[in-house]
Each structure stands twice: as structure tokens, then as C-alpha cells.
Write a protein that binds this ligand. Structure first.
Ligand code: KIV
Length: 278
């Protein structure tokens, strides 16, 4: 059967990344690349690079709006970001975070919020933070035919419970619960799992015990892929420099230089020139 008949090809002719394809990547040891995006323009660039997964993270609450936590962002705001990204993406698999409060309570409400996000954005998958505590919501959403990426370890939606963004699961009890939760999510039918800010040895153990892909952020290199927040890795976010972050650009500096040059050109009447006029 051709790639097209299998339904893997995007409109651009490139092979569309699906949950099935992520599984194949894990099976053959090919690492999965994932980055966040929240708007049309950045999603277009990131999709063009050939990234495997684009996450419309609830970190939009921090980097797009300036909130100090992910808690305030709403279902409708996630839909707005999700639609903007989906308008751009042809190849990557697009995952949208279910925001705080949209799935932790009544499982029926969780399913209805999940269906609303999928219907209005046409994304490929949703991401939920938590294990045993939210398993009924996870099962309900999966039963509706919606793929789920789990998220364990540091779960920013629970920051008020932790009181700190320190590394999670450093003690035996929390590590044991994390392994149990990971197995529970896999057994329920989740297609993949994010592990955030946990010891590399623990992440390695989870990735080797699970058959579904495990994607890390601050979880070391022995997992099936890596995710970073785009604004952090491009150096737009000057104030945030955790140990796990590698900066691949200095956009804060580059944008500052460009905008200062523009200001100077306007003030000196160098811009616009005759060539730039009608
Ligand atoms: O919202 C987000 O950006 C995330 C990543 C940190 C995994 O959940």
C-alpha cells in the first residue's frame, strides 16, 4: 500500500506525522522532536523545518499572555491558539493541552470539553496532566476516539499544590507513583507520554518499560524524544534559564538590534528611501 493510501501524506505531499508514526519511530529508535507553537506564523516556520510534533501548550498562558502560571488560560483561548496553529500546519502532528479545570472534575464535562476542542480546532491529539486522579476522564476521552498524550512528573497545572518548580519524583514514593501512573495511562490507551523535570534514571526506566513513546523535558536523554517551549529555546524569554534548557538562538537580542535600527532609520529619515516610496 502506498504512503498516500495509508493516509500519511499531507496536502504538501510530505508524510503526515500520526500517533501511529510516533509509535513506529519509538520502535526503530528514531528520536521524536517536539516544540510548542501558539500562532499561525511561528507554526508555519516550525512545520516547515520538519519537526515531528507541535504542541499548543498551555504555556501560552505564560509566554503569550504574561501570566505567572498556566492556570488562567481557558478552553476558548486554547481553541483560539489551536486554530491558529492548525491553519499553518501541513505535516507535524498537532497536540493541544487541555487547560486547568477543563478535565479534573466531572468526566462527562471533560469529554465535552475535549470534543469541543477537537471539533473547533481539528487538532490530532490532546494532552492532559495527571495519572490515577484523572483516569476516568482519560478513559472517557479515549472512548470518544480522541488520542491522548499523558503528562507526568512536574505538572505545571498543579504548581499551587507543589509550591515549587523543583525536580519531581526524587523520593521513592513519588517515583513509584509516577511509574504506576505511566503504566495506567498506557493501559488506558494513551498514545504517548510527556515526562517533565524528573531524574534522568527514572525517565530512562519509564521509557524502557513503556511501549508508547515517552517525550522528555528536563528528563535526560534516555527517552524517545524531547520537547521544549519555543520561546525559551529561541532565546525570546530572557528571564528563564533552567538547567534543562538549551538556547539555539538569541531572538531577544536579534529583535532588539533590528528594532533599534528601525527606530534610528525612522528618526534619521533614512527610512523610507525613494526606492521604498511610490
Ligand atoms: O505547556 C507546555 O508548554 C508543556 C510543555 C512544557 C511540555 O506542557
Amino acid at each position: 500500500m502506498s504512503e498516500e493510501q495509508k493516509g500519511y501524506l499531507s496536502a504538501s505531499g510530505k508524510r503526515k506525522v500520526t500517533t501511529h508514526r510516533l509509535l513506529e519511530m519509538k520502535q526503530r529508535g528514531e528520536k521524536i522532536s517536539m516544540l510548542t507553537a501558539y500562532d499561525y506564523s511561528m507554526a508555519s516556520v516550525i512545520d516547515f523545518t520538519g519537526i515531528d510534533v507541535i504542541l499548543v501548550g498551555d504555556s501560552a498562558s505564560n509566554v503569550m499572555v504574561g501570566n505567572t502560571t498556566t492556570l488562567p488560560i481557558t478552553v476558548d483561548q486554547m481553541i483560539y491558539h489551536g486554530k491558529s496553529v492548525m491553519n499553518a500546519v501541513k505535516r507535524a502532528m498537532v497536540v493541544i493541552d487541555m487547560p486547568f479545570g477543563s478535565y479534573q472534575g466531572n468526566p462527562y464535562e471533560a469529554v465535552s470539553n475535549a470534543v469541543k476542542i477537537m471539533k473547533e480546532t481539528q487538532a490530532d491529539c490532546l494532552k492532559l496532566e495527571g495519572g490515577k486522579e484523572i483516569i476516568e476522564a482519560v478513559k472517557g476521552i479515549l472512548n470518544a476516539g480522541i488520542p491522548i498524550m499523558g503528562h507526568l512528573g512536574l505538572m505545571p497545572q498543579s504548581i499551587n499544590k507543589y509550591g515549587t518548580y523543583a525536580v519531581r519524583a526524587q523520593d521513592d514514593d513519588e517515583a513509584r507513583k509516577l511509574i504506576e501512573d505511566a503504566l495506567l495511562l498506557q493501559e488506558a490507551g494513551c498514545c504517548s507520554l510527556v515526562l517533565e523535570k524528573i531524574p534522568a534514571e527514572l525517565a530512562k526506566r519509564v521509557a524502557s518499560e513503556l511501549t508508547i513513546p515517552v517525550i522528555g523535558i528536563g528528563a535526560g536523554q534516555h527517552v524517545d524524544g524531547q520537547v521544549l517551549v519555543m520561546h525559551d529555546m529561541l532565546g525570546l524569554n530572557k528571564g528563564f534559564s533552567p538547567r534543562f534548557l538549551r538556547r539555539y538562538a538569541n531572538l531577544f537580542g536579534d529583535i532588539t538590534t533590528a528594532v533599534q535600527k528601525y527606530i534610528n532609520d525612522v528618526k534619521s529619515s533614512d527610512f523610507p528611501s525613494e526606492d521604498e516610496s511610490y
